[in-house]
Design a protein around this ligand. Structure first.
Ligand SMILES: [Mn+2]
Length: 299
């Protein structure tokens, strides 16, 4: 049903998305759910030689204009993989359209398009920041929103590229061994208590922010459970996990992107003019090539 022509048509006519029947929306959500359930919480991708590229996109927040321009780049430059770091919905004007397009891409091309979970892939967040209202206004169907909640819980949390580059929405959690604990998590048998501890750290991977001026972990202004992390714990995490770089999103910068911690951490954000014209950030994204990371601005 959702073949290349169908998706091309959605991308060319995103206005059609809000006219889709709730049964079609439901089908998209359920088919995407099947794809996410087949994936691990931690995904490992490999590139070959120096030709393969991976495009990494940060927060979209309902900015359809930025999303379509990024997908145009994908069409032109044909990267091997495309990774979205989450926060597709909330805040912007076209949240349902952005989510439907990204889910359709996932359904049609599950081994090329990857979506990771951001802190806004959460029903509680959607009720406070706009997506819940937008969705039920457009599709008049509360039941489908519980399906979206189920979908969120199945979305993977991070990707590791070539064993060296970690992609995640927020950052590192207090448990520096979390990657080993969530690897093949779906196949492991673990106790409820252990699972709760893992999920607390997974929450931090979606919420935490790097901060240059601190040591260790400090409570974040974002609210209970979320942390800032300093260079010392970041270095320890990277050494422990034998990683070279971390690409994350979650924070907007006026210059588009920002490097931290001896350029080992790159923070991108792919929704342009996020806070309106006064702040006017450009959309940024990252390219992974030959085990190195490159920051880009969408011109
Ligand atoms: Mn975020």
């Amino acid at each position: 049903m959702f073949d290349n022509d169908y998706i091309e048509n959605l991308i060319k006519n995103p206005k059609e998305i809000s006219k889709l029947d709730t049964s079609v929306i439901s089908e998209i959500i359920n088919q995407a759910l099947i794809k996410f359930r087949q994936e691990d919480m931690l995904i490992e991708l490999q590139t070959e030689g120096n030709k393969d590229e991976i495009y990494v996109f940060g927060d979209i927040h309902g900015n359809l204009d930025s999303l379509l321009r990024l997908l145009d780049l994908v069409k032109q430059n044909k990267p091997k993989y495309i990774i979205f770091l989450g926060d597709i919905v909330d805040r912007g004007p076209k949240q349902s359209e952005c989510l439907v397009i990204i889910l359709a891409l996932k359904i049609n091309n599950p081994n090329r398009f990857y979506l990771l979970r951001g802190n806004h892939e959460s029903i509680d967040m959607n009720k406070s920041y706009g997506f819940y209202q937008e969705f039920i206004t457009k599709f008049c169907n509360y039941d489908k929103f519980t399906e979206i909640g189920e979908l969120y819980h199945s979305i993977p949390i991070c990707v590791i590229v070539d064993e060296k580059i970690l992609c995640v929405h927020g950052g590192i959690p207090e448990n520096l061994d979390i990657l080993n604990e969530i690897r093949n998590l779906k196949k492991k048998k673990i106790s409820k208590e252990k699972l709760m501890k893992i999920l607390m750290n997974v929450f931090q991977m979606m919420w935490n922010d790097p901060k240059k001026s601190i040591k260790g972990f400090k409570d974040s202004i974002r609210g209970p459970g979320s942390k800032f992390f300093g260079k010392d714990v970041f270095d320890e995490f990277m050494n422990k996990n034998n990683l070279d770089y971390l690409i994350r999103s979650h924070e907007v910068f006026q210059e588009g992107y920002k490097f931290f911690f001896d350029d080992q951490l790159l923070s991108i954000f792919s929704s342009a003019n996020y806070r309106g014209k006064k702040f006017s950030n450009p959309a940024s994204y990252a390219i992974i090539r030959n085990k190195k990371i490159h920051a880009k601005i969408l011109k």
